[in-house]
Design a protein around this ligand. Structure first.
Ligand SMILES: [Zn+2]
Length: 261
């Protein structure tokens, strides 16, 4: 693996050279005769060639490389690549739920439809699509949930579970949000075409920005099944919420810290 000039990847250099422990960060690492690294700090051992392979796969994951293409590029069996991808995605899925907490302040709410062949919104033409409810704290995090339906009850349950009462909510004019005013301040955006209400200047640009971010990444993956979709969605949520940080470094920590023995 060639370490790019990008500072994002330089954090992997000492792991790849076998100088730093991938599990605990200690520099007390010894190379064994059989190509393993053994850590004097945490006592763990790892095959250096396997470590290098996994880091290369995680770099491809970070760069949004589809598994089949990365497998060709690295000369690996696709199963090796997808195993690393899936394990990291599972960890990200759980992390997103744990990071949760309640959103507060100004919150934008919206639903979006992903996948399926037919275009359409809300009900008609929604068959085969995944329905996602998104909650975005302005200047903060997004939280997403795949839902069965966008009934007022479902939406309100998620709003109650994931936001602080008394927040300020921005939505479009969908009926499902009608009972929001009992939970906080509710502003409605009536011109969903521009996402900015010409009269009140209310908008839901933040969550709309997240939807296009998500669609861009999913397009890059060239089609995700409805079954796997929730996993991918949380990966995207994680990337979005940490977009100002070194996400590659976090992927290494998450994969080797929480996932790989
Ligand atoms: Zn260690």
């Amino acid at each position: 693996m060639v370490i790019g000039k990008s500072s994002h990847f330089s954090c992997a250099a000492n792991f790849l050279r076998g100088r730093k422990c991938i599990f605990c960060g200690s520099f007390k690492v010894l190379r064994t005769a059989r190509g393993y690294v053994k850590c004097g700090g945490c006592g763990k051992t790892k095959s250096l060639s396997r470590l290098r392979r996994e880091i290369a796969i995680l770099q491809g994951f970070y760069q949004l490389q589809p598994a089949y293409r990365l497998a060709v590029d690295l000369g690996l069996d696709i199963k090796v690549v997808t195993r690393v991808y899936q394990r990291l995605r599972e960890a990200l899925f759980h992390l997103c739920e744990l990071e949760g907490g309640r959103l507060k302040g100004e919150i934008e709410l919206d639903e979006a439809y992903f996948g399926g062949r037919r275009k359409g919104r809300r009900g008609r033409g929604a068959a085969g699509k995944s329905v996602v409810f998104g909650l975005l704290e302005r200047e903060g995090r997004v939280y997403t949930k795949v839902v069965e339906s966008v009934s007022a009850e479902t939406l309100m349950n998620h709003i109650k579970a994931r936001t602080k009462k008394g927040s300020v909510y921005y939505t479009d004019a969908f009926r499902g949000y009608r009972s929001l005013k009992r939970f906080g301040k509710h502003h409605t955006v009536s011109h969903s075409k521009s996402f900015v209400d010409k009269r009140t200047k209310n908008h839901i640009n933040g969550i709309e920005g997240f939807w296009s971010y998500a669609k861009h990444i999913l397009y890059n993956y060239r089609g995700v099944s409805k079954y796997h979709f929730p996993m991918y969605l949380k990966e995207i949520e994680y990337r979005f919420n940490h977009r100002k940080e070194n996400v590659f470094k976090q992927f290494l920590q998450i994969y080797f810290g929480y996932v790989s023995p």
